[in-house]
Design a protein around this ligand. Sequence first.
Ligand code: ZN
Ligand code: ZN
Length: 269
Amino acid sequence: MSADQAASLKYGVPQPFQFEAPSAWLTRLACAQGVGELDELMHFLGLPTQGDLDWHLQGEALDGLRQRCHLPPSSFAVSSRLMEGVALSGMGPHKLLLSGEDGKARFRFCPCCLAERRLPYLDIHWRFACWRWCPIHDTVLQDACPDCEALVQHPCLIESTRAGRAGHASLSRCIFCSGRLAGLPVQQLARECLQSLGRVERLWLKNGQATVAALYKQYFKLRGKWHIIQGLGGEYGLLVGFGSRRIDRKLKAWRLTRQFLAEDSHPAN
Ligand SMILES: [Zn+2]
Ligand SMILES: [Zn+2]
């Protein structure tokens, strides 16, 4: 079946939230449709079964999805605009977006944001490697499930996972162990993480937020001058920290120390 001939879905289609990532919305769609195979849904919608769907869903591909799912024309407009900025920057999705080993969309998440959402969904800006701080909750975004350390990747067939079988078909649960991504302990962890970072790393975190805003606007201000987004590549490392490995190392060391101190004060019997 060609893309033009692809059938459409009229019922059981969740309405996308303004900042929602299409890849994670497809998880919600698969759940609402009760499909048995994710590839089946992708074929039905004329979407590729491999690779990064948030990157793919721009221009005609996104228009096609909107038509096939009877979505408003403004659906995923923020995601689409950001991907346009990624393309214009010349840096490419591989440098700017988080992805899993198989190229699937990978997410960080703010547990406090997730906890406040009646219907949990994942933001498109949580895909950006440089967006590591939630300005609403002043928290450091988390990379993985607090219980089993599995990464958060989409789309997935949530009903067939351990979480889904346990009746937790929600984007606020780890699909592998059913752990709570938005539980109170992980919310507290996300708030306290900032303590482990020094002045320079905190500046990188704030610059990361500004960098994603620049990709959306397609220009940025630096050293008192405005620049077009095509110039971002030359400044990126300086703005957000080269590779951000220093931040990862500090967060990991701080988490291990915190865990050690907690176990030391409550030794196992
Ligand atoms: Zn938040
Ligand atoms: Zn888990």
